[in-house]
Design a protein around this ligand. Structure first.
Ligand SMILES: Cc1cc2nc3c(=O)[nH]c(=O)nc-3n(C[C@H](O)[C@H](O)[C@H](O)COP(=O)(O)OP(=O)(O)OC[C@H]3O[C@@H](n4cnc5c(N)ncnc54)[C@H](O)[C@@H]3O)c2cc1C
Length: 485
């Protein structure tokens, strides 16, 4: 068979977004996915019992709502139906209490006692600037921002650590909101930029919501792959690429892989010297993931936790900070910070009537093979007495096991690389065009490039735009539909 003009290796959100961007511009594209199904981080499987569907990786999609790539798609037309909970996320604090981020800033603030005014003053403007800030942080971050003032103001509050920002508040509820959202960065809460993670994710909770996809995140992968095919692209599954020799002949090759794997695929084509900065790219901590089939919904003591999909389980800001700090120094916390998703709150298709699926992970040192399920269950039980009695079945995937499932998950890192200050500004290596590799016509398009981890597709779009300009001398094709935010 004749080689397509462009080849994409890997069909995660970024691989599929790259393929679709190329196909829209009229470039013939072929996608090679090693796994049996498309999607990478967007897969849904019966991991426990028949009739229970679990998201293998990504489950909750706040970034999808603001991603320029997804906003330009007719999601419903592609079979991608977003389901929004009333409460974006909640954070139980014991004695039947929980901090909760409602869609409305005022309603959220009204539950924060003495911190109501401070919360409104911090989050209100961020929600107003959300469109411009999200557009910029989901871009290669090399051009002048559309709204430099909004970005400058976001940088002022976001560049310090989450610990610094939490000092604006005196209630455990407001501090927990900041800490739980910031811990998604997988960095100690005293690290610079962790405030940016926490504040952006919280502002997304207000401005866009934290939705799930009906039926599971595999629906996103299936919708995107169908659209690539509809535009003439070819998508292969079960085809691992082990060397760039297997894709010679294409004018552009886009790799939805880690920097480490790029070096393996390139072999002797990249000199030791040229490859050194790529070899230095650092993965972040790992994640131990647990999925449960439950006999009934989780009996959270605090009512807001029963009205949301995402629950941040870990106690106060200081407890969450201790858990993340322990991981940083290579320890497994006794009381881990657990990110929990209960899609059944808005999506009854995930389990038989009356039953529930539960998804959770906690951070662990990179490459850890420790099963954290007992410690995670103890944390959930702390805020939902009786939870353990509901467990019908569970599966555990340790951080070490994640990489054999998907080679991009280096040592179980879910974010495509540590979110340090350096690797946020320069990812995967320090160069103006972060998608180019030392090899002409070969581009990296995975979450190890800007803007990084999450289901937004923008690494793929930017890499494909670089390839279109340099290898095909054209711009991106027409973008069909545009949804407002
Ligand atoms: C446990 C977990 C939970 C997460 N939760 C969320 C969440 O709730 N919300 C969110 O937005 N994000 C979440 N993420 C992050 C999100 O899934 C990733 O950031 C995103 O999937 C990265 O997309 P990608 O296209 O760069 O790579 P991936 O999605 O990892 O896809 C890469 C694909 O390339 C394939 N591949 C790799 N090498 C080769 C090769 N040599 N040949 C052929 N194929 C190859 C892989 O099989 C894989 O299918 C989570 C991730 C994990 C692991």
């Amino acid at each position: 068979m004749e080689r397509a003009e462009a080849v994409v290796v890997g069909s995660g959100p970024n691989g599929l977004a790259a393929a679709l961007t190329l196909a829209r511009a009229g470039v013939g594209v072929e996608v090679y996915e090693g796994a049996a199904t498309v999607g990478g981080g967007m897969r849904t499987e019966a991991l426990t019992l028949e009739g229970f569907s679990h998201d293998v990786c990504s489950a909750v999609h706040p970034l999808l709502e603001v991603s320029p790539f997804f906003r330009a798609l007719d999601l419903e037309g592609l079979g991608i139906r977003l389901r929004q909970p009333e409460v974006a996320f909640a954070h139980p604090l014991g004695a039947g209490r929980a901090a909760a981020v409602y869609r409305d800033v005022g309603e959220t603030a009204s539950h924060l006692g003495g911190d109501a005014a401070a919360y409104r003053a911090l989050l209100g403007p961020l929600v107003d600037w959300l469109g411009s800030v999200a557009d910029y942080v989901l871009s290669p971050m090399r051009a002048v921002p559309r709204d430099p003032l909004a970005l400058a103001r976001f940088a002022v509050v976001g560049t310090p650590s989450a610990a610094h920002v939490s000092r604006r508040f005196s209630t455990d509820a407001a501090r927990a909101i900041v800490g739980g959202a910031a811990a998604h960065s997988m960095q100690p809460l005293s690290a610079p930029l962790t405030a940016a993670y926490g504040l952006l994710l919280t502002a997304l909770g207000h401005g866009a919501g934290w939705p799930v996809v009906e039926g599971g995140s595999a629906a996103i992968a299936e919708g995107l792959a169908a659209e690539v095919r509809r535009r003439g692209g070819v998508v292969h599954t079960g085809r691992w690429v082990t060397s760039l020799d297997e894709v010679v002949g294409a004018r552009a090759v886009l790799l939805d892989v880690s920097p480490r794997q790029f070096l393996r695929l390139a072999g002797t084509r990249v000199s030791r010297r040229a490859g050194r900065p790529w070899a230095r790219f650092r993965p972040g901590p790992g994640a131990c993931k647990v999925d449960w089939a439950l006999d009934a919904p989780v009996p959270w003591s605090a009512e807001p936790c029963r009205r949301t999909v995402t629950v941040h389980v870990g106690g106060t800001f200081d407890e969450v900070a201790r858990s993340e700090a322990a991981v940083r120094v290579g320890r497994h916390p006794d009381r881990p910070f657990v990110l929990v998703a209960q899609p059944g709150v808005v999506d009854p298709t995930r389990a038989p009537a009356g039953k529930e699926t539960l998804w959770a992970y906690c951070h662990v040192p990179n490459g850890s093979d420790v099963d954290m399920s007992e410690r995670m269950e103890a944390q959930i039980e702390r805020f939902a007495p009786g939870f353990r009695d509901l467990v019908l079945a569970r599966t555990v995937r340790t951080a070490a096991a994640a990489e054999s499932d998907n080679p991009n998950l280096l040592g179980g890192d879910v974010n495509g690389g540590a979110a340090t200050l350096r690797q946020t500004a320069f990812r995967p290596v320090a160069r103006w065009n972060p998608y180019r590799t030392p090899l002409p016509g070969v581009y990296l398009c995975s979450a190890s490039t800007p803007p990084g981890g999450g289901v937004h597709g923008m690494c793929g779009v930017a890499a494909a735009e670089a390839a279109l300009k340099e290898r095909f001398e054209r711009g991106p094709g027409p973008v069909p539909v545009r949804r407002g935010r």
